[in-house]
Design a binder for this molecule. Structure first.
Ligand code: 5RP
Length: 221
């Protein structure tokens, strides 16, 4: 099965998990874009939708959904999003699409975070995928220097501005053996908005598509 077919299979499998009166948070990225196209099938079950990016908002509206602010709903009943890498603890690297900050806000404010991936995203140690960090523009060099001191190699994402008006540094060379510790350490650097390690806000459930079909798993404790 090719990667696109796997993305379709995993996105479609989310529909079975949608309950009545769902207040649904929607992530960003190509897997979520496919999910948004399937969502009208369960529109009658969804009471409100909150989006993590301008791109997802645009697609949701094009598929017939009204999108509301997080502050108008308080807590999401479910948040569904993809990942760039995910380990057995369901800790992730996210932000390949640059929407990491809003994604983390929605993940934190949901009762259940469902991550949807094709099996190429499953890893034993996070860090092969360069770690995205959203940075306030004036702090670019200062943050880059701190990251170099930690052993990383930051690369400015060219011609890219986040939905919040900031830049992204993609950090190569991190083998992330202690995701929680590194997530907190990087977030403590002045000028960092957030980084793409989702360990504090790991997923509660993983749906991953392989040649054998869609597999559901929960974090190893
Ligand atoms: C965007 C993200 C995405 O969830 C991540 O990049 C996965 O995307 P895709 O489904 O296209 O592989 O974090 O900021």
């Amino acid at each position: 099965m090719d990667q696109i077919t796997k993305k379709h299979k995993v996105a479609e499998s989310v529909l079975d998990l949608i309950d009545n009166d769902e207040i649904l948070g929607i992530g960003s990225g190509s897997t979520v874009n496919i999910l948004i196209e399937y969502l009208p099938k369960v529109k009658n079950k969804i009471s409100r939708v909150v989006s993590s990016s301008l791109k997802s908002t645009e697609l949701l509206k094009a598929n017939g959904f009204e999108v509301v602010d997080l502050k108008s709903v308080g807590k999401l009943s479910k948040y569904v999003d993809g990942a760039d890498e995910i380990n057995k603890y369901l800790q992730m690297i996210k932000g390949g699409g640059g929407a990491l900050t809003r994604e983390k806000i929605l993940a934190h404010n949901s009762n259940r975070f469902i991550c949807i991936v094709d099996d190429s995203k499953k890893v034993s140690v996070l860090g092969t995928f360069p770690l995205p960090i959203e940075v306030i523009p004036i702090a670019q060099s200062a943050v880059a220097l701190e990251v170099i001191k930690m052993g990383g190699r930051p690369v400015l994402r060219e011609n890219f501005t986040t939905d919040n008006g900031n830049i992204i540094l993609d950090v190569h060379n991190f083998m992330i053996s202690e995701p929680l510790k590194l997530e907190k350490k990087i977030n403590n650097i002045p000028g960092v908005v957030t980084n793409g390690i989702f360990a504090l806000n790991h997923a509660d459930m993983l749906l991953s598509a392989s040649d054998d079909g869609v597999n559901l798993s929960e974090p190893i404790v």
